[in-house]
Design a protein around this ligand. Structure first.
Ligand code: CO8
Length: 257
Protein backbone atom coordinates (compact mmCIF):
# COMPACT_ATOMS: atom_id res chain seq x y z
CA UNK A 1 0.00 0.00 0.00
CA UNK A 2 1.31 3.46 -0.91
CA UNK A 3 0.86 6.06 1.79
CA UNK A 4 1.79 9.72 1.36
CA UNK A 5 1.19 11.20 4.80
CA UNK A 6 2.21 8.32 7.06
CA UNK A 7 4.87 5.61 7.18
CA UNK A 8 3.70 2.11 7.97
CA UNK A 9 6.04 -0.64 9.14
CA UNK A 10 5.87 -3.87 11.07
CA UNK A 11 8.35 -4.87 13.78
CA UNK A 12 7.70 -8.47 14.64
CA UNK A 13 4.13 -8.61 15.92
CA UNK A 14 3.84 -4.83 16.22
CA UNK A 15 2.49 -2.40 13.62
CA UNK A 16 4.14 1.02 13.59
CA UNK A 17 2.38 4.05 12.10
CA UNK A 18 4.45 7.24 11.87
CA UNK A 19 2.74 10.53 11.00
CA UNK A 20 4.76 12.11 8.25
CA UNK A 21 3.81 15.71 7.43
CA UNK A 22 6.90 17.42 8.85
CA UNK A 23 6.29 20.76 7.12
CA UNK A 24 3.02 21.26 8.98
CA UNK A 25 3.95 19.76 12.37
CA UNK A 26 2.04 16.60 11.42
CA UNK A 27 -1.23 18.51 11.15
CA UNK A 28 -3.94 15.92 10.73
CA UNK A 29 -5.27 16.28 7.20
CA UNK A 30 -8.25 14.36 5.88
CA UNK A 31 -5.89 12.30 3.73
CA UNK A 32 -3.81 11.42 6.78
CA UNK A 33 -6.91 10.37 8.70
CA UNK A 34 -7.98 8.11 5.85
CA UNK A 35 -4.52 6.60 5.52
CA UNK A 36 -4.27 5.92 9.26
CA UNK A 37 -7.69 4.27 9.33
CA UNK A 38 -6.78 2.19 6.26
CA UNK A 39 -3.50 1.08 7.86
CA UNK A 40 -5.35 0.15 11.05
CA UNK A 41 -7.89 -1.89 9.11
CA UNK A 42 -5.04 -3.82 7.52
CA UNK A 43 -3.48 -4.41 10.96
CA UNK A 44 -6.85 -5.46 12.38
CA UNK A 45 -7.16 -8.13 9.67
CA UNK A 46 -3.55 -9.28 9.97
CA UNK A 47 -3.31 -12.16 12.46
CA UNK A 48 0.45 -11.60 12.73
CA UNK A 49 -0.11 -8.20 14.36
CA UNK A 50 -0.93 -8.03 18.07
CA UNK A 51 -0.55 -4.33 18.86
CA UNK A 52 0.04 -1.00 17.14
CA UNK A 53 2.20 2.03 17.96
CA UNK A 54 1.31 5.46 16.60
CA UNK A 55 3.97 8.14 16.66
CA UNK A 56 5.06 11.41 15.07
CA UNK A 57 8.36 13.23 15.00
CA UNK A 58 10.57 14.57 17.78
CA UNK A 59 8.99 18.01 17.28
CA UNK A 60 5.38 17.04 16.96
CA UNK A 61 3.19 14.02 17.52
CA UNK A 62 0.53 16.12 15.77
CA UNK A 63 -0.28 19.85 16.12
CA UNK A 64 -3.99 19.29 15.60
CA UNK A 65 -6.39 19.04 12.72
CA UNK A 66 -5.12 20.83 9.62
CA UNK A 67 -6.36 24.40 10.20
CA UNK A 68 -5.63 25.42 6.61
CA UNK A 69 -7.82 22.59 5.34
CA UNK A 70 -10.81 23.46 7.50
CA UNK A 71 -10.65 27.25 7.68
CA UNK A 72 -12.95 27.77 4.67
CA UNK A 73 -15.75 25.47 5.81
CA UNK A 74 -19.15 26.88 6.71
CA UNK A 75 -21.51 25.39 9.26
CA UNK A 76 -23.54 23.41 6.72
CA UNK A 77 -20.40 21.85 5.21
CA UNK A 78 -18.90 21.03 8.60
CA UNK A 79 -22.16 19.45 9.74
CA UNK A 80 -23.11 17.54 6.64
CA UNK A 81 -19.69 16.19 5.67
CA UNK A 82 -18.66 15.41 9.29
CA UNK A 83 -15.27 14.67 7.77
CA UNK A 84 -13.28 14.05 10.93
CA UNK A 85 -15.71 11.42 12.21
CA UNK A 86 -13.61 8.79 10.46
CA UNK A 87 -11.04 9.13 13.26
CA UNK A 88 -13.46 7.06 15.33
CA UNK A 89 -11.94 4.14 13.38
CA UNK A 90 -9.00 4.55 15.76
CA UNK A 91 -11.23 4.72 18.84
CA UNK A 92 -12.97 1.54 17.71
CA UNK A 93 -9.81 -0.36 16.72
CA UNK A 94 -9.90 -3.60 18.67
CA UNK A 95 -6.22 -4.44 19.15
CA UNK A 96 -4.17 -2.43 21.67
CA UNK A 97 -2.73 0.89 20.58
CA UNK A 98 0.10 2.91 22.07
CA UNK A 99 0.62 6.60 21.33
CA UNK A 100 4.33 7.43 21.47
CA UNK A 101 4.21 11.19 21.88
CA UNK A 102 7.13 13.59 21.47
CA UNK A 103 6.77 17.34 21.03
CA UNK A 104 3.35 18.88 20.45
CA UNK A 105 0.14 16.87 20.84
CA UNK A 106 -2.38 19.64 20.39
CA UNK A 107 -6.06 19.76 19.54
CA UNK A 108 -6.82 16.76 17.34
CA UNK A 109 -3.28 15.49 18.11
CA UNK A 110 -4.08 15.31 21.82
CA UNK A 111 -7.43 13.73 20.97
CA UNK A 112 -5.79 11.07 18.78
CA UNK A 113 -3.44 10.24 21.67
CA UNK A 114 -6.50 9.97 23.92
CA UNK A 115 -8.08 7.47 21.53
CA UNK A 116 -5.08 5.20 22.07
CA UNK A 117 -4.96 2.77 24.98
CA UNK A 118 -1.62 3.81 26.47
CA UNK A 119 0.22 7.11 26.09
CA UNK A 120 3.99 6.93 26.44
CA UNK A 121 5.52 10.38 26.21
CA UNK A 122 8.96 11.86 25.67
CA UNK A 123 10.31 14.35 28.18
CA UNK A 124 9.68 17.17 25.65
CA UNK A 125 6.00 16.35 25.05
CA UNK A 126 3.38 19.08 25.36
CA UNK A 127 -0.36 18.55 25.40
CA UNK A 128 -3.20 20.99 24.91
CA UNK A 129 -6.62 21.77 23.46
CA UNK A 130 -5.99 25.21 21.94
CA UNK A 131 -9.14 25.22 19.77
CA UNK A 132 -10.60 28.07 21.85
CA UNK A 133 -7.84 30.32 20.48
CA UNK A 134 -9.21 29.61 16.98
CA UNK A 135 -12.79 30.45 17.88
CA UNK A 136 -13.96 26.83 18.11
CA UNK A 137 -13.93 23.95 20.61
CA UNK A 138 -12.42 20.44 20.50
CA UNK A 139 -14.36 18.16 18.15
CA UNK A 140 -12.84 14.71 18.50
CA UNK A 141 -13.13 13.99 22.22
CA UNK A 142 -11.23 16.84 23.87
CA UNK A 143 -14.19 17.76 26.06
CA UNK A 144 -15.30 14.13 26.56
CA UNK A 145 -12.44 11.62 26.58
CA UNK A 146 -10.13 14.18 28.19
CA UNK A 147 -12.65 14.90 30.97
CA UNK A 148 -12.99 11.16 31.63
CA UNK A 149 -9.22 10.79 31.57
CA UNK A 150 -8.00 13.73 33.67
CA UNK A 151 -11.17 15.10 35.30
CA UNK A 152 -13.17 18.30 35.06
CA UNK A 153 -10.74 20.76 36.65
CA UNK A 154 -7.82 20.18 34.28
CA UNK A 155 -10.06 19.68 31.24
CA UNK A 156 -11.86 22.98 31.82
CA UNK A 157 -8.51 24.69 32.39
CA UNK A 158 -7.09 23.36 29.10
CA UNK A 159 -10.23 23.81 26.98
CA UNK A 160 -11.12 27.28 28.28
CA UNK A 161 -7.65 28.84 28.33
CA UNK A 162 -5.97 26.92 25.49
CA UNK A 163 -2.81 26.65 27.59
CA UNK A 164 -0.34 23.84 27.02
CA UNK A 165 0.51 21.24 29.66
CA UNK A 166 4.04 19.88 29.98
CA UNK A 167 4.68 16.16 30.22
CA UNK A 168 5.18 16.09 34.00
CA UNK A 169 1.78 17.66 34.54
CA UNK A 170 0.27 15.32 31.95
CA UNK A 171 1.65 12.32 33.81
CA UNK A 172 0.53 13.64 37.21
CA UNK A 173 -3.03 14.03 35.99
CA UNK A 174 -3.18 10.61 34.37
CA UNK A 175 -3.03 11.38 30.65
CA UNK A 176 0.43 9.91 30.27
CA UNK A 177 1.33 6.41 31.49
CA UNK A 178 5.13 6.78 31.33
CA UNK A 179 7.70 9.48 30.57
CA UNK A 180 10.89 8.42 28.79
CA UNK A 181 13.85 10.29 27.30
CA UNK A 182 12.99 11.49 23.77
CA UNK A 183 15.77 9.35 22.29
CA UNK A 184 14.23 6.14 23.71
CA UNK A 185 10.60 6.97 22.97
CA UNK A 186 9.81 4.81 19.96
CA UNK A 187 11.92 1.87 21.15
CA UNK A 188 10.23 1.92 24.57
CA UNK A 189 6.79 2.07 22.92
CA UNK A 190 7.73 -0.80 20.58
CA UNK A 191 9.06 -2.88 23.50
CA UNK A 192 5.83 -2.32 25.41
CA UNK A 193 3.71 -3.14 22.37
CA UNK A 194 5.77 -6.26 21.71
CA UNK A 195 5.23 -7.44 25.27
CA UNK A 196 1.46 -6.99 24.89
CA UNK A 197 1.46 -8.58 21.42
CA UNK A 198 2.96 -11.77 22.80
CA UNK A 199 0.21 -12.39 25.33
CA UNK A 200 -2.96 -14.24 24.35
CA UNK A 201 -4.69 -11.97 21.81
CA UNK A 202 -8.27 -12.85 22.90
CA UNK A 203 -7.35 -11.99 26.52
CA UNK A 204 -5.63 -8.77 25.44
CA UNK A 205 -8.55 -7.66 23.26
CA UNK A 206 -11.07 -8.45 25.98
CA UNK A 207 -9.00 -6.65 28.62
CA UNK A 208 -9.05 -3.57 26.38
CA UNK A 209 -12.78 -3.88 25.75
CA UNK A 210 -13.48 -4.33 29.47
CA UNK A 211 -11.46 -1.28 30.54
CA UNK A 212 -13.17 0.81 27.86
CA UNK A 213 -16.54 -0.46 29.09
CA UNK A 214 -15.85 1.35 32.38
CA UNK A 215 -16.30 4.65 30.54
CA UNK A 216 -19.62 3.67 28.98
CA UNK A 217 -21.79 1.93 31.58
CA UNK A 218 -22.68 2.11 35.31
CA UNK A 219 -20.33 0.27 37.70
CA UNK A 220 -22.68 -2.67 38.32
CA UNK A 221 -23.00 -3.32 34.56
CA UNK A 222 -19.28 -2.93 34.05
CA UNK A 223 -18.52 -5.40 36.83
CA UNK A 224 -21.01 -7.90 35.39
CA UNK A 225 -19.45 -7.52 31.94
CA UNK A 226 -15.94 -8.01 33.35
CA UNK A 227 -17.00 -11.12 35.29
CA UNK A 228 -18.62 -12.74 32.22
CA UNK A 229 -15.57 -11.97 30.10
CA UNK A 230 -13.34 -13.45 32.82
CA UNK A 231 -15.50 -16.61 32.84
CA UNK A 232 -15.43 -16.86 29.05
CA UNK A 233 -11.64 -16.88 28.92
CA UNK A 234 -11.71 -20.28 30.64
CA UNK A 235 -12.89 -21.59 27.27
CA UNK A 236 -9.53 -20.75 25.68
CA UNK A 237 -6.49 -22.96 25.25
CA UNK A 238 -4.40 -20.01 26.33
CA UNK A 239 -5.98 -20.00 29.80
CA UNK A 240 -5.04 -23.69 30.23
CA UNK A 241 -1.56 -23.02 28.92
CA UNK A 242 -1.02 -19.84 30.98
CA UNK A 243 -2.03 -21.45 34.27
CA UNK A 244 -0.30 -24.76 33.55
CA UNK A 245 2.92 -22.91 32.69
CA UNK A 246 2.72 -21.00 35.99
CA UNK A 247 2.30 -24.20 37.98
CA UNK A 248 5.14 -25.90 36.06
CA UNK A 249 7.37 -22.81 36.54
CA UNK A 250 7.96 -22.24 32.81
CA UNK A 251 7.09 -19.53 30.27
CA UNK A 252 3.69 -19.94 28.62
CA UNK A 253 3.48 -20.63 24.90
CA UNK A 254 0.26 -18.92 23.92
CA UNK A 255 -1.33 -20.26 20.74
CA UNK A 256 -3.70 -17.38 20.02
CA UNK A 257 -1.14 -14.67 19.60
N1 CO8 B 1 -2.76 23.02 10.90
C1 CO8 B 1 -2.11 23.44 9.78
N2 CO8 B 1 -0.83 23.85 9.79
C2 CO8 B 1 -0.18 23.83 10.96
C3 CO8 B 1 -0.78 23.41 12.16
C4 CO8 B 1 -2.14 22.98 12.10
N3 CO8 B 1 -2.80 22.52 13.16
N4 CO8 B 1 0.12 23.52 13.16
C5 CO8 B 1 1.25 23.98 12.60
N5 CO8 B 1 1.08 24.18 11.29
C6 CO8 B 1 2.06 24.68 10.31
C7 CO8 B 1 2.28 26.17 10.44
O1 CO8 B 1 1.27 26.89 9.78
C8 CO8 B 1 3.64 26.33 9.79
O2 CO8 B 1 3.48 26.27 8.42
P1 CO8 B 1 4.25 27.36 7.46
O3 CO8 B 1 5.71 27.02 7.66
O4 CO8 B 1 3.73 27.05 6.10
O5 CO8 B 1 3.92 28.69 7.98
C9 CO8 B 1 4.36 25.04 10.23
O6 CO8 B 1 3.34 24.11 10.59
C10 CO8 B 1 5.26 25.24 11.42
O7 CO8 B 1 4.48 25.81 12.48
P2 CO8 B 1 4.96 27.11 13.28
O8 CO8 B 1 5.78 28.02 12.43
O9 CO8 B 1 3.75 27.71 13.92
O10 CO8 B 1 5.90 26.42 14.38
P3 CO8 B 1 6.19 26.89 15.86
O11 CO8 B 1 7.28 26.03 16.36
O12 CO8 B 1 6.36 28.37 15.94
O13 CO8 B 1 4.81 26.57 16.68
C11 CO8 B 1 2.94 25.19 17.29
C12 CO8 B 1 4.37 25.21 16.79
C13 CO8 B 1 2.86 25.73 18.73
C14 CO8 B 1 2.46 23.75 17.25
C15 CO8 B 1 2.05 26.09 16.37
O14 CO8 B 1 2.25 25.71 15.03
C16 CO8 B 1 0.57 25.99 16.64
O15 CO8 B 1 0.08 26.63 17.56
N6 CO8 B 1 -0.17 25.21 15.82
C17 CO8 B 1 -1.59 25.14 15.87
C18 CO8 B 1 -2.07 24.34 17.08
C19 CO8 B 1 -3.58 24.29 17.13
O16 CO8 B 1 -4.24 25.30 17.25
N7 CO8 B 1 -4.15 23.08 17.04
C20 CO8 B 1 -5.57 22.86 17.06
C21 CO8 B 1 -6.09 22.74 15.67
S1 CO8 B 1 -7.87 22.62 15.59
C22 CO8 B 1 -8.16 21.00 15.96
O17 CO8 B 1 -7.28 20.21 16.14
C23 CO8 B 1 -9.60 20.58 16.01
C24 CO8 B 1 -9.70 19.07 16.03
C25 CO8 B 1 -11.12 18.62 15.95
C26 CO8 B 1 -11.57 18.46 14.52
C27 CO8 B 1 -12.66 17.47 14.40
C28 CO8 B 1 -13.98 18.14 14.23
C29 CO8 B 1 -15.10 17.14 14.07
Amino acid sequence: MNYETIKVETRGRVGLVTFNRPKSMNALSIQMMREVVQALQAFQNDARIGAVVLTGSEKAFAAGADIKEMQGLDFAEALTTDLWAEWEGLGEFRKPTIAAVAGYALGGGCEVALMCDIVIAADNAKFGQPEITLGVIPGMGGTQRLARSIGKAKTMDLCLTGRLMDVQEAERCGLVARIVPATDLVEEALRTADKIANFSLPAVMLAKESVNRAFEVPLSEGLRFERRVFHSLFATEDQSEGMEAFVQKRSPQFKNR
